[in-house]
Design a protein around this ligand. Sequence first.
Ligand code: ZN
Length: 412
Amino acid sequence: MPQDDIQLRRYEFRKALQEIESLKGNGTELISLYVPPNKQIYDVIQYLREEYSTSSNIKSKSTRKNVLSAIESIMSRLKYFKSPPPTGLVLFVGHVATRGDQTDMYTKIIEPPEPISTFMYKCDSVFHTEILKSQLDAKELFGLIVIDRKEATVGLLNGTNIITIANEQSLVPSKHHQGGQSSRRYERLIEIAAHEFFKKVGNIINDSFMPRIREMKAVFLGGPGATKEFFLERDYLRNEIKEKVATPFDIGYTDETGLRELVEKASETMKDLEIAREKDLINKFLTEVRKAENGLAAYGEDSILKALQDKKVSILLISEGLDRKVFTYTCPVCGKSGYFREKPAQPACPSCGSQLPELVEEDIVEVFYRLADAGSAKVEFISEESEEGQLLKKAFGGMAAILRYSNEASPY
Ligand code: ZN
């Protein structure tokens, strides 16, 4: 899948989560069902049958009725699946509160961007999205190392998945156990053993990280005590890897538990890295805006639209806060397509004047995304978490473009 499609899927996924989170039930009657990829659909249906009979005992008549109909609805939908999709399946089904006492049946089926690992059934007054939300935070590849003199574990963080590459135990004897040898000689042996251990771990890291170092956003290093700093300062790691190591983290464990602890501690850093990248993109755009002439920037919906149609856009920046519907058409007479910002009472083609059939209501983001895709422009979604991100949303209407060449200069 091309990178941009992943980006669009993530954008749609984020919007779906926002919608699901905003819903509430009048009682404990909203069902969240997480089905991991390796779970048999038959087993899930069996589980739901048992929930169904348990739920028949719910005291409140309206809650009972709503829960039972939600379970029925899930069971009938699951029948369309022979097995769960590769990343699993998440269903949000239930009667959500609308105005006053009114409720509406709501159903959302999501194929998560990353595989989910545990089966979960929850009936509550809200939908549970925590597991899916955690998939939004991290999107890229990171290297993971936890190390002390006794043990080291090397892994990767891919999205939200922690993959262990190797766990190595050292034969380095404890410093406190001297076994009758002269203290200095003993120290020397310890240092040789430690060096051999670090060398071995360093080789594992170099061999497994180097082929993917370019796509690796950062390498996180942790462990108890000062070994991690020592390991980093010496020549055990290739420079390309060292350059990606953020400040080491104090971590209590050096096994797989340590990798998980490392990821938890590094999550703030990951967020900062993502925000820093977004800020860089906006600043690159602003630099072009400020140029007196031949600036490689376009802003304002119409200018961006024109630049996209002329296939001049290199990077299209879209604010995650941009949320607007437009009405798209394709003229059956002249074949031109476009969109209206407001829904016209009697839509006519702006190019040839022909009457247009039914307009399609679409998210403006998807319309621009398609145009960008057709013109090979890269799309970057920018969060509202930085000042620069806020600026994109508020001052530039949520969109901006960095151009391949300027309006004045011709590419030919
Ligand atoms: Zn037309």
